[in-house]
Design a protein around this ligand. Structure first.
Ligand SMILES: C[S@@+](CC[C@H](N)C(=O)[O-])C[C@H]1O[C@@H](n2cnc3c(N)ncnc32)[C@H](O)[C@@H]1O
Length: 382
């Protein structure tokens, strides 16, 4: 087993506190930074992070850090690194370079020099990465005169859970859906309702959490494409229980949308995710959902949702009645309920007249989006 690594879990900027809490639950000592959280651990820790983190997009293993002022120096120093301990000779390599405030600034040339170093070590040029095929992603970062080389623990981002093949309109990325559920601040065994569920992402993430299922359960084994992979460790990591206790029985989880096609896609996604039996899907306007009628909902729960939001001001104006109505309908939920609402236009979301507080803000599909939370039940919706 190699010595402990410096590890870095990357996330959408804004999600760092949630990611740090997830890493703490995994037994690590997290250090939040911008765009992610640093922690230390071995291959076992990296595998557990890839399997269990719901809000991370990548897990990086820091391999080397050295002073470097020129491309020739980079190639020479990189050729001395123990690449055979890290990379499999036949797996394609994708080098991603960044540079800030450094004399070595040409990112294309940096990638080329790393390629030359790998050719020297393996006796042939690394195969180029192609779409859809697993590749080892080497990250080379220059900051001033310091070069840091890291390796991605997975060959594709962690938010690609593998269950969402059927698109609906504007599907929410899985890590953001997970972060929205966590921002709700309710225990895993709480009832959840998403009355604007689209492809079902929020309900699927909530159901998996309630059932104690790892977010990365459908993905290829972490580190499988690297020489660092060790099947015995992976089997042990796979069979160990997760960081949260699994509730005895799944709580009620409901997902609805007025678009029948979206519900068909959401059901198929939930089946692939292995959580379809835990979610009650229905087609209909949110105003007709049984839980949003007086006395119709469980005593406590989380309304986690991503209602339609307008990209243009005119769209937003048309949506005012929907948000006002959502605010009124949520008054039908008991005081044991909370709201977690993902909004692009916070002023539009405030038309719910609920006491919303921002939990996090990040970017999604080129837009700024904010997770807003509020207690429900005995609140004024005047
Ligand atoms: C932004 S999308 C939700 C995306 C979803 N979070 C996902 O991951 O795919 C909003 C959804 O609200 C639905 N919708 C719009 N107006 C509705 C209404 N009055 N009642 C119920 N659903 C509605 C749309 O059909 C759309 O699927």
């Amino acid at each position: 087993m190699p010595p402990p690594f410096e590890l870095f879990a990357a996330c959408s900027p804004g999600l760092e506190p949630l990611l740090a809490a997830e890493l703490q639950a995994l037994g690590t000592t997290p250090r939040p930074l911008r765009g992610g959280v640093a922690f230390a651990g071995d291959v076992d820790t990296a595998m557990r992070a890839c399997l269990w983190l719901g809000t991370a997009s990548h897990v990086l293993l820091r391999l080397a850090e050295f002073p470097c002022r020129a491309l020739g120096e980079l190639q020479r120093k990189a050729s001395l690194l123990p690449w055979r301990d890290w990379l499999r000779a036949k797996v394609p390599v994708d080098v991603h370079a960044t540079s800030r405030g450094s004399r070595v600034y040409h990112t294309g040339a940096i990638a080329e020099r790393i390629g030359n170093a790998l050719t020297a070590v393996f006796g042939r040029a690394p195969a180029a990465a192609s779409a859809g095929a697993p590749a080892a992603r080497v990250h080379v970062r220059f900051a001033g005169d310091v070069c840091t080389i890291s390796l991605d623990a997975t060959s594709e981002p962690l938010h690609r859970r593998g269950y969402r093949l059927d698109g609906a309109k504007a599907p929410l990325r899985e890590d953001l859906a997970h972060a929205l559920v966590l921002a709700g601040g309710m225990p895993a065994d709480t009832a959840v309702l998403d009355p604007f569920c689209g492809a079902g992402t929020i309900a699927i993430e909530a159901a998996a959490r309630a059932l104690g299922l790892a977010p990365g359960r459908l993905r290829a084994p972490a580190l499988e494409h690297l020489a660092l992979f060790d099947d015995a460790t992976w089997q042990r990591v796979r069979s160990a229980a997760g960081p949260a206790p699994t509730p005895a029985a799944a709580p009620p989880i409901a997902a609805a949308d007025r678009d029948a096609g979206a519900i068909t896609a959401a059901r198929q996604n939930a089946e692939r995710a292995g959580v379809a039996a835990a979610i009650a899907f229905s087609v209909g306007a949110f105003t007709a959902h049984p839980w949003l009628q007086p006395g119709g909902a469980p005593a406590a729960g989380l309304l986690a949702t991503n209602p339609p939001f307008g990209r243009r001001v005119a769209d937003g104006k048309q949506l005012v009645p929907l948000y006002q109505s959502l605010g009124h309908r949520t008054a039908a939920l008991g005081a044991g309920w909370r709201l977690a609402l993902l909004a692009h236009d916070v002023r539009l979301a405030r038309r719910t007249a609920l006491p919303l507080r921002a939990a996090w803000t990040t970017r999604h599909g080129g837009l700024s989006v904010t997770a807003l939370t509020a207690p429900l039940g005995a609140v004024s919706t005047s």
